[in-house]
Structures are given as C-alpha cells and as structure tokens.
Design a binder for this molecule. Sequence first.
Ligand SMILES: CC(C)(COP(=O)(O)OP(=O)(O)OC[C@H]1O[C@@H](n2cnc3c(N)ncnc32)[C@H](O)[C@@H]1OP(=O)(O)O)[C@@H](O)C(=O)NCCC(=O)NCCS
Length: 276
Amino acid sequence: MSTLKQQIEQLWQDSETIGTQIKTQEAFELVHSAVELLDNGQARVAEVAEDGQVIVHEWLKKAILLLFRVSKMQTIELGPFEFVDKLPLKSKYLEKGVRVVPGASARWGSFLEPGVIMMPSYVNIGARVGANTMVDTWATVGSCAQIGSNVHLSGGVGIGGVLEPPQASPVIIEDDVLIGSRCMVVEGARVGKGSVLAAGAILTKTIPVIDSETGEEISRGFIPAYSVAVGATRERKFSGGTFGLPCILVLRRLNEGERHDKAALNQILRSHGLAQ
Ligand SMILES: CC(C)(COP(=O)(O)OP(=O)(O)OC[C@H]1O[C@@H](n2cnc3c(N)ncnc32)[C@H](O)[C@@H]1OP(=O)(O)O)[C@@H](O)C(=O)NCCC(=O)NCCS
C-alpha cells in the first residue's frame, strides 16, 4: 500500500502542475486501484485512533479527487432510469449482506459492512457505513463520512461530505448513535459513541455544545459519548442587539454502554422487520 500511496502523492503533485494532461490510462488504473481499496474496505479515509484523535489518510482523499480528474463522463443505464456520471454505482449487494431498497444508491468507492440497510437514500464515495446501520429514507451520507456500527441515521438526515481540502477531517458518527430525523451534521463534526441527537438539530464544526447542568461549553462540533442532545439556542450579543444563535444542548448523559430507550425501541422494530 505504501508504494501506491507514493504514486498517488506523485500523481497529485503532477496534476497540480500539468492539470488534465494526467488523464492517461496509467493514471486511471493507479487511481482506480487506490479507490478499490476503499470500495472493498481494506483502507479507509479516516479513523479514530486509540487516543481519540481522528487520523485522516489524506492520500486516499487525493485519490478520490484525482478520480474525478482522470474519469470521463459516461451514460449509465438502469432499466428505465438513465444517469450521466464519471463513477459507477456500487454493486453485488447480496454477497456483501447489504439490503438496498429501490431508490437507494451508493457510489463505487464507498464501503458498506454486512447488515447495513439502505432505505431510499444515498451514500457517496469514500464514505464508510458500519455493520447493521440503518440509513433511513432520504438520508444522505456525504463523501468520506465515517459512520459506525448499529447507527440509525433517521429520515432526511444530512451527513455532510468533506472531500476537499484533502487534510480536512470528515464527519464522524461513532457506533450505537441515533441521529434524529432531518438533522444536519456537517463540516467534520463528530458525534460520540452511544449518543442521541434530537430531531432537527444542526451540528457544524463551530456550533457550541453546551452542558445543560453546568451551562459550560463542552466543545465545538463534538458531542461527547453517551449524550442525549437537542438543538437549542444561545444568546449572542451584537452591536445591533442580542440574538439567538444555534447551539447543541446536552440534556443528560447516559451511562457508558446504556442504550437510550428510543434507540432501543428502534432495535426491536428492526429485528422484527417492522421499521421498514
Ligand atoms: C432527543 C430525544 C431522544 C429526547 O428524548 P427523551 O430523552 O425521551 O426526552 P424528552 O422527549 O422527554 O425530551 C426532553 C426535552 O427535550 C425537548 N425536546 C425533545 N425533542 C426535541 C428536539 N428535537 N429539539 C429540541 N428539543 C427537544 C422536549 O421538549 C423536552 O423538554 P422538557 O424537558 O422541557 O419537557 C427525542 O426527543 C428525539 O428527538 N428523538 C429522535 C426522534 C426521531 O427523529 N426519530 C426518528 C426515528 S423514528
């Protein structure tokens, strides 16, 4: 993998200087083999290290960006549907153990672990979705987002894509999280293991996360593990007056390993096949 990494880094540099002239079959094959590693799960764009820090593997993000430079537009026909794109769709879901309801699609170069259920939704290149996660109707998982196992991305959730710049950290949703309907989690924000984010909340990298018990700002853009959090507002003074700006309020903390009862209910519905 390290030679491939060096070759991609070299191609990236070349593309900065010679632009579209890198569009050769050799370059295409090189980039293709790097994205293939993402597609089959052997490599990932980002991961959380043991010390809790997010490690971004920039070269793989560069490979995705290069893929757009070296690929040509093609017509993709699918029954009565027609698309025009540079990238193919993901395929062979049955052997991957992934359930894909009509209307759902994932791009090649994303990785879906067994047990993932995709309701009519979208998963973009470089994204990774962990085992038994439900991507509910009209949820979108943006490029390079890293979604854990046993997560529920409820209907209409928008997980932002962070592809450029290559060093930027993507959105991370850790294991056992419930993201409520229509939440927007974007710009490299992060939701810690076992947390619940209430319907309609907005979390960006600069939105303050406030502890409701102490009133203190816990972080910006990071909801700690096992939090039950809602979208709220905070007062902010401007020269023109005092206005309410959005924040995330942590209502309470669950015990480590505890599953919020609303997330637990969803588990039961899912195992009986009723939630779909
Ligand atoms: C966050 C959530 C889990 C809280 O559940 P809970 O722990 O049972 O707590 P409650 O419902 O009693 O709500 C606690 C407080 O937060 C408020 N609240 C609830 N949902 C909220 C939301 N989406 N945004 C802002 N405040 C909210 C409640 O009004 C309540 O206020 P109160 O203490 O003054 O009564 C739940 O409200 C929620 O949003 N779940 C996700 C629902 C969803 O999207 N499901 C999709 C799958 S069907």
